[in-house]
Each structure stands twice: as structure tokens, then as C-alpha cells.
Design a protein around this ligand. Structure first.
Ligand SMILES: Nc1ncnc2c1ncn2[C@@H]1O[C@H](COP(=O)(O)OP(=O)(O)OP(=O)(O)O)[C@@H](O)[C@H]1O
Length: 370
């Protein structure tokens, strides 16, 4: 699976249009060339991750399950500390050895949790690549960006230095870095934040991944640059047939760009559906609160959760039953028992005894309080 390849991704021109981040646009970017509805590329089942810190057990991921079709984009959404990054790092083998991991992660039919570090290394940056929030920290400040991409290309191909350099320039064009040939000879500090993130994406593409995990890859960017990077990811997803997991605290971004959404709370998936299905009928009160918290287009980054009252629970002392119970206006004594994560409606999974719009809670489906 990780054999060295020399085939190049296509690099012809395409327009990068402006992204409008509103839920009404749910699924508008669904790729025309979406992968076959056959086998999923990635199947995560009952993933659990526990850390021990100062004698306390921290349950960072508590039974996460989802599937990802080849060439599709899944958004994993949740507020800080909900387990988004830990769950993705677990499948990349990037957690410290002290992390206790259980469950199953199958990529292309292969159990990733059973792989040796050596096997994981060949997979990382090859079939699966990751882009992080802070490109300034991920790039080597003392090396020209061209040399950094060339190094990544050589690591994942049989190309000689000259061939790898040519490929690196191609990759810079593929990620739409303006004046790619000139920028090739520049250092990271000479580039803007958006440009640096394009370089990080170029490095991630060097191994021609089938899955790209973008962990808050646009969070540090201004709204316009954020939209441009998201448009780039969608374009690459469509042109290269690459699957993308987009990790974000921003439900609005998910609504605009992803085909499917997993909403996480306290290390659990609490709602999971195709984007259109989810936004047509949000059922989980937590997702509902997030949706109500999406302000206008000119919102400040990180402001999304400020209007959701209360704090997420301490992961070393989770409340009894539903972890959202202490913050939920629909909660009853029944919520002292953990609601199962079930496919209640076709393709629509959620974990709630009193979902929005069911007539059993205090919320109505259109977001008003009764
Ligand atoms: N190495 C570690 N040791 C102990 N606890 C950890 C470790 N890594 C993460 N955690 C804890 O696991 C929980 C989940 O963290 P995670 O980074 O996945 O959250 P997140 O949803 O990605 O949040 P953010 O958006 O802030 O990155 C947090 O409480 C965090 O403190």
C-alpha cells in the first residue's frame, strides 16, 4: 500500500472561488466525482483513548465511531477538549506510548491500531497525511520552503533531486501559491500565514495521500484566507479523489464544506449525519446550541461557543449519564442514564433521550424555546 510512487497529481488551473460560510449552503461542495459507494476508506469503531496524569484517568475519547468514504470530506466538530485531535492522532499513531487506546480503526481494510511503529511511519505522510493549525511551528524556519517540499517528495518517491524539485514546484502550483517558482527560494517568514498553510498542504500532498487530516488548519487565519484554504481543500479533494477529515470547532465551516459531520462532546460522538440531513433537522440539543451560536458572517473566530452556557465536563470525572446533561435545558432524570448513540432516523445518528423537535423536550425544531 505504501509503495513508492512517481505519478504526479494533476496541476491544471481551476478557479478558487470565495466561500460563504452559512448553514444554508450545506453540502454545496459535494464532489461530482465522489468515490464509489462501495467500501469505506476508513472505519472507526468504538475508539477509546485514556491518559493517566497525576494518578487521574483522563477519558479523552469515549467510544467514537464513524466511517469515511473515499474522496469524501467529514467534519469532526466540537469545542475545545472534546477529543477531536486526540482521536485523529490516535489513528495516525501520534499519541504518546502512555495513552491507552482501544477499539478499531480500519484504513483500506487494514487495522491501524495493530500496526508497528515502523509500519505507521510509512503510512504517515504517505497514504495518510495531516496538516495542523500552526504552519509557522511545523515548518523549519532555517530552510527554504522549496527545499522542505523537495525533501518530502524524495521521502515518498524514487525521484532524483532535480525531479523532486520540479515536483515540488508543481505541488506549490497545485496549492495555488502565487509566484510558485519565486517563492520556492523563500523562507517561511517571508510568507503570509495563508501562504505558509498552502506550503504545509503541499508537503502533505507530497506522498499523494488518500486521506488528509486537517486539524484546525484554518483556525489561525482570517475569515477570507480561511475560506480560500477551505476552497483549496475542496478542490484538491475533488481533483485528487482524496478523502479529508476536517477538524474544527466551527459548525458553520462544516456546513459549508463537508459531506458528513460528526459532532463530538466529552470524547463521544453525539450526532452524526450527512451534512444536509443534519442541518435540515438537528436533533441533539448540544448541536442545536452550537447552531444557534453561529453568528453572522463577520463573526470573530473562537466566538462560537461563548453563547453555549456552562463548561464541558472534567474528563477525569464525567457526570453520570449524558455528559451534556448539566448544560442541557432538555435534561430530565432519564438523562442520568447514558443515552445510546443510535441511528434514530435514516443516516442520522444521535445520542439523546429528548432530542430537539421530538415534542418531548423544551426546544422546537426551528430553534425557538417553548
Ligand atoms: N498527552 C496527553 N496527556 C493527557 N491528557 C491529554 C493529552 N493529550 C490530550 N489530552 C487531553 O485530552 C482531552 C482532549 O483533547 P483534544 O486535544 O483531543 O481536544 P480537542 O477537541 O482537539 O480540543 P482543541 O480544539 O482545543 O484542540 C483534553 O482534555 C486534553 O487535555
Amino acid at each position: 500500500m505504501s509503495s513508492k510512487r512517481t505519478a504526479a497529481f494533476p496541476a491544471e488551473d481551476a478557479t478558487v472561488s470565495e466561500g460563504v460560510i452559512v448553514p444554508e449552503t450545506a453540502g454545496r461542495h459535494r464532489p461530482a466525482t465522489a468515490a464509489s459507494p462501495g467500501e469505506p476508506l476508513l472505519v472507526v469503531e468504538d475508539l477509546r483513548v485514556q491518559f493517566t496524569r497525576g494518578g487521574r484517568k483522563i477519558n479523552a475519547v469515549n467510544g467514537l465511531s464513524y466511517e469515511l468514504a473515499p474522496g469524501s470530506m467529514l467534519a469532526i466538530i466540537g469545542e475545545s477538549g472534546s477529543g477531536k485531535s486526540v482521536s485523529s492522532r490516535a489513528l495516525m499513531g501520534l499519541l504518546p506510548p502512555t495513552a491507552k487506546i482501544s477499539g478499531s480503526v480500519r484504513f483500506d481494510g487494514r487495522d491501524l491500531l495493530g500496526l508497528s511503529e515502523r509500519e505507521m511511519q510509512s503510512l504517515r505522510g504517505g497514504d495518510i497525511a495531516m496538516v495542523f493549525q500552526d504552519p509557522a511551528r511545523s515548518l523549519n524556519p532555517t530552510m527554504k520552503i522549496g527545499a522542505q517540499i523537495t525533501e518530502a517528495v524524495r521521502l515518498h518517491s524514487d525521484l532524483d533531486k532535480k525531479g523532486a524539485q520540479a515536483r515540488a514546484v508543481e505541488l506549490l502550483k497545485l496549492v495555488r501559491l502565487p509566484a510558485a517558482e519565486r517563492r520556492f527560494h523563500e523562507y517561511p517568514h517571508q510568507l503570509s500565514g495563508g501562504m505558509r498553510q498552502r506550503v504545509m498542504i503541499a508537503i502533505a500532498l507530497a506522498g499523494e495521500p488518500r486521506l488528509l487530516i486537517a486539524d484546525e488548519a484554518t483556525t489561525a487565519l482570517d475569515v477570507t484566507t480561511q475560506a480560500q484554504i477551505m476552497e483549496l481543500l475542496v478542490e484538491l479533494q475533488q481533483r485528487l479523489g482524496m478523502a479529508v477529515i476536517m477538524i474544527s470547532h466551527d459548525l458553520g465551516l462544516a456546513a459549508s464544506y463537508a459531506q458528513d459531520v460528526v459532532v463530538m462532546y466529552a470524547g463521544r460522538a453525539v450526532e452524526y449525519a450527512p451534512t444536509k440531513v443534519l442541518f435540515a433537522n438537528v436533533r441533539m440539543p448540544y448541536t442545536h446550541a452550537l447552531l444557534g451560536a453561529i453568528p453572522a458572517l463577520d463573526r470573530e473566530p473562537h466566538s462560537l461557543f461563548e453563547v453555549t452556557p456552562g463548561q464541558p465536563p472534567d474528563l477525569s470525572a464525567l457526570p453520570k449519564g449524558c455528559p451534556f446533561r448539566p448544560r442541557c435545558s432538555n435534561a430530565t432524570d432519564q438523562c442520568l442514564e447514558m443515552p445510546p448513540f443510535t441511528e434514530h432516523d435514516p443516516e442520522h445518528w444521535f445520542a439523546c433521550w429528548h432530542p430537539v423537535g421530538s415534542g418531548t423536550g423544551k426546544h422546537t425544531a426551528n430553534g425557538e424555546q417553548r
